[in-house]
Design a protein around this ligand. Sequence first.
Ligand code: PLP
Length: 402
Amino acid sequence: MKQTLSDLAIFGGNPAFAQPLYVGRPNIGDRQKLLERINNMLDRRWFSNNGPYVQEFEQAIAAYLGVKHCIAICNATVALEIAIRALGMTGEVIVPSFTFIATPHSLQWQQITPVFCDVDPKTHCLDPRKVESLITPKTSGIIGVHIWGTPCAIEELTEICQRRNLRLLFDAAHAFGCSFGETMIGNFGDAEVFSFHATKFINSFEGGAIVTNNDELAKKIRLMTNFGFAGYDEVIYIGTNGKMSEASAAMGLTSLESMDEIIAANHRNYQTYQTHLKDLPGLQLFQYPEQHRQNYQYIVLQLNAQLAGLHRDELQRLLWAEQITARRYFYPGCHRMEPYRSYFPHAYLLLPETETLVQQTLLLPNGTTLSQSDVETICQLINFIFANAADISTRLQREAHD
Ligand SMILES: Cc1ncc(COP(=O)(O)O)c(C=O)c1O
């Protein structure tokens, strides 16, 4: 427990934690079950090419989501590239800038221009009211991103795409296990893409999946994922290698079996953060909408420096010194990263909400490796920092000048 400013690790005190706490630390699930699966895989000598674990993983996901087709992919970035291509997107596609860089890169990688649209400050997802004015004769589609697992204006975007004859893809990298009302994410748009990267709440080391209810599209995606092979020697389509390995599927299946436990741990931590981070000036904890199912993976702080008397980056430095590796997310915004910064130097003028979010958001650790007492310690520390925000900020600035 910190009593004075000098107790803060940044000013020479002992760090609150002996070992670093990370955002996105992998959940493992039942280690024994994973090792059993890996052993079986080795015995079978079937490591890739639509092996039994990949098939089982795909069936488990499709059944859980109530979606017709699931194609497991080596990661979500390649999954996005394949889905974009299979949907025939060309020219320009509207995307948020407040997302991971893989979303626009998966377009630009195939010479499709990402057109950045601003987000709704409440949901952090694409603002459908701002989408329509960005549609041009070159626009072929929209990619909505369910940031933090929050459904991205599904009804509004679906309506716009139907009316304007555009393809609709959702980047659901964050949203496995989440719903829009009673319907699981995975059932919307022309297709949706999940990530099972190690940092996601369900992981397959590296991995992703494309899900769709469209039979034709699913067929095309399967061909594309495996070089266009329709049979042993028969290639009938241009394709790539997007296949998931058996080792990844073994981890994915093991992870799926622990899903309820992981969500319960995330939810419990989220509620503790909620209880202890109330009423701090200028600090908001992102509130998950009650009417949808959530995986509660992301603990998202938004900090208004003027009201708090402390900048987000100062809070981050303070927490890092305490071994809490809180992370800025999507900073400085995709539109301020290359090549987009050079292509569209004035993009920020149309992205005021994005510009604010990238300056204000900070993510805290969550997951099964975090205990209740860890969360309480983090919250106590943040409360102490806020109670002394002005003095801390002054001292940090003075020390930066010395
Ligand atoms: C919103 C979003 N889209 C796409 C990706 C890419 O996923 P992957 O790492 O599986 O390629 C991520 C990964 O973190 C993401 O957060």
